[in-house]
Design a protein around this ligand. Structure first.
Ligand SMILES: [Zn+2]
Length: 353
């Protein structure tokens, strides 16, 4: 039996125990109570940190990890699992958006945070210092926002460390989600990118869209988490076959350049979100004042991985993110690949490679 007590702030889980509670994070002008479940296994193994609720309006991830926390038994666990169902309580409970109502900051642009910054930057720093930094593996769960359609995918970043990149690629492929989005470097303020820069095997898991919180999607997500935990050796293996994967890289992000009403011309039907060629019309933004029409073209070809479903948009609103199949032999280098039109964006994937 492992003899290591698992501690986060004032929460402690001895070997072979599961503890639920919350730990208060001091954000300068306010505090946040971060809910946590600590599952301390009876055998040695990796420490896996799983977060949901990094963004508001993304319900399925929260639903899924609470179900996971209920079902994980410490007697069946090798290593330690730390589950945080609501990593950003202000954004989750006081809003429905990816920016926090506290300061207007998208936390998934500022990781690993700043302990002397504004409240959201401090929260990011707290999450890193208390949860992520001690992890061997980090899984951050998101979905399309309440106004976003999205194809399920797992994203990860290349770091240049071949062993880490291989382990992360295998982890990414273990969730039973077919589409893997590969970021060609680990730059930027996404949680999984910042963790990867610290040598942690880190993935972004995106399942669900449009503010849905149906049980079937949550169960699909929980099933994927169990698969990943078996892959990692945290849970005993079973006889389920590995699922097929397809690897992609981002080819473009498209942001609105006008204020108005968005009429996309690509399909949002499940499983037929379209492929487009460079220059294709993606949709139109109509000014309700005078009917002026602003046509939006695809700056590059690719498959639409997620897109704006909401009607009202403003300059900078992310309209679509496109990806192309990954081919290591012909892929552009991280230094030369530029993604036109990437604005501040509403995504969690950060298609900037
Ligand atoms: Zn998100």
């Amino acid at each position: 039996m492992s003899d290591t007590t698992l501690s986060i702030g004032s929460l402690e889980a001895g070997p072979g125990t599961k503890v639920r509670g919350s730990v208060r994070a001091d954000l300068g002008t306010l505090t946040a109570d971060i809910p946590l479940t600590l599952v301390n296994g009876t055998r040695p193994g990796p420490r896996v940190v799983i977060t949901a609720g990094v963004h508001g309006g993304e319900f399925t991830p929260i639903d899924a990890v609470v179900r996971l926390a209920d079902r994980l038994e410490p007697g069946e666990v090798s290593g330690q699992v730390i589950i945080c169902p609501v990593a950003n309580p202000n954004a989750v409970y006081q809003g429905r958006l990816n920016v926090s109502p506290v300061d207007g900051v998208n936390i998934n642009r500022v990781f690993p945070g700043d302990p002397d910054g504004g409240p959201t930057e401090r929260l990011a720093a707290w999450l890193f210092a208390n949860l992520v930094d001690g992890a061997d593996v980090y899984v951050d769960l998101h979905c399309g926002g309440i106004d976003q359609v999205l194809r399920d995918f797992v994203g990860y970043r290349l770091t240049g460390d071949p062993d880490l990149d291989k382990a992360t690629a295998e982890l990414a492929g273990s969730f039973g989600i077919e589409d893997l989005m590969i970021g060609l470097n680990a730059d930027g303020g996404n949680s999984h990118a910042a963790a990867a820069r610290r040598g942690i095997s880190a993935v972004l898991v995106e399942v669900g869209e449009l503010g849905q919180r149906d049980g079937a999607t949550a169960r699909r997500r929980v099933d994927g988490l169990f698969r990943a935990l078996r892959h990692l050796g945290v849970l005993d293996p079973d006889d389920s076959a590995p699922a097929p994967i397809r690897e992609w890289v981002w080819s473009a992000g498209v942001t609105a350049e006008a204020t108005g009403l968005w009429y996309p011309e690509f399909s949002f039907d499940a499983d037929v979100i379209g492929e487009v060629a460079e220059g294709d019309v993606l949709g139109r933004i109509i000014d309700p004042t005078d009917g002026t029409e602003h046509t939006v073209h695809a700056p590059a070809g690719g498959r639409i991985i997620y897109g704006m479903h909401g009607l009202t948009v403003a300059p900078g609103t992310e309209l679509a993110a496109l990806a192309i199949p990954w081919d290591p032999d012909t892929a552009p280098s991280p230094d030369t690949l530029s993604v036109p039109g990437m604005g501040r964006g509403s995504d969690e994937a950060d298609p900037r490679p």
